[in-house]
Design a protein around this ligand. Structure first.
Ligand code: 2AM
Length: 178
């Protein structure tokens, strides 16, 4: 039997946006605010799958390949902190409908395939800091980060040598924006 992998579907961020976010984060948050995610790891999760066997991974990939959703523009114009999960995040004041529909579909497919999905509503976000256990001042994002989303990605999450690494395993295009 093949080994299981810890998987999630997400949206990748363009490299230049990641660089701008990391610069903004370094300017506004001191070292004791929390543990910053590496620039390469910044992403927006659509559906967390947990530990998945090779067989289930292939089934989920087939289902993902059937999704015919339009692309959309993602604007990162909101930031906040969740003290319960101890994260500082970036997000959208008005998440695009395409993003919410895509996440709904992937979460429904995951749930039907036996991957536990939290009953909590989906709050699209990009985690910037982990272990942010005390309230910090969150400035508004300095300027609007906007970019077209034309695909979604299946990532493997690994913890190796004390570091978390997200490796893209597969990706699927969204339909061209109208
Ligand atoms: P987070 O950044 O808000 O913690 C990989 O762990 C990605 O899956 C992260 O973006 C994480 O969101 C998300 N995720 C959602 N549910 C999770 C869970 N139960 N355990 C770990 N990660 C989860």
């Amino acid at each position: 039997m093949s080994e299981s992998k810890r998987l999630f579907f997400a949206i990748a961020l363009p490299e230049e946006i990641r660089a701008q976010i990391v610069y903004w984060r370094a300017q506004h948050f001191s070292a004791d605010a929390g543990r910053p995610l590496a620039a390469a790891n910044l992403h927006l999760t659509l559906a967390f799958l947990g530990n998945v066997s090779g067989k289930k991974q292939r089934a989920l990939e087939q289902l993902a390949g059937r999704i015919r959703q339009p692309g959309f523009t993602l604007t990162l114009d909101d930031a906040g902190q969740w003290l319960r999960s101890r994260v500082v995040w970036l997000g959208s004041r008005q998440p695009p409908r395409g993003l919410l529909q895509l996440a709904d579909m992937l979460r429904a497919q995951a749930s039907r395939s036996g991957c536990y999905q939290s009953p909590q509503p989906f709050h699209p976000h990009i985690t910037l800091l982990r272990d942010a256990s005390h309230a910090v001042n969150i400035p508004p994002p300095g300027f609007r980060w906007s970019f077209p989303v034309q695909e979604f990605v299946l990532y493997e999450s690994q913890f190796l040598n004390g570091r978390t690494r997200y490796t893209p395993l597969n990706r699927w295009p969204l339909k061209t924006e109208q």
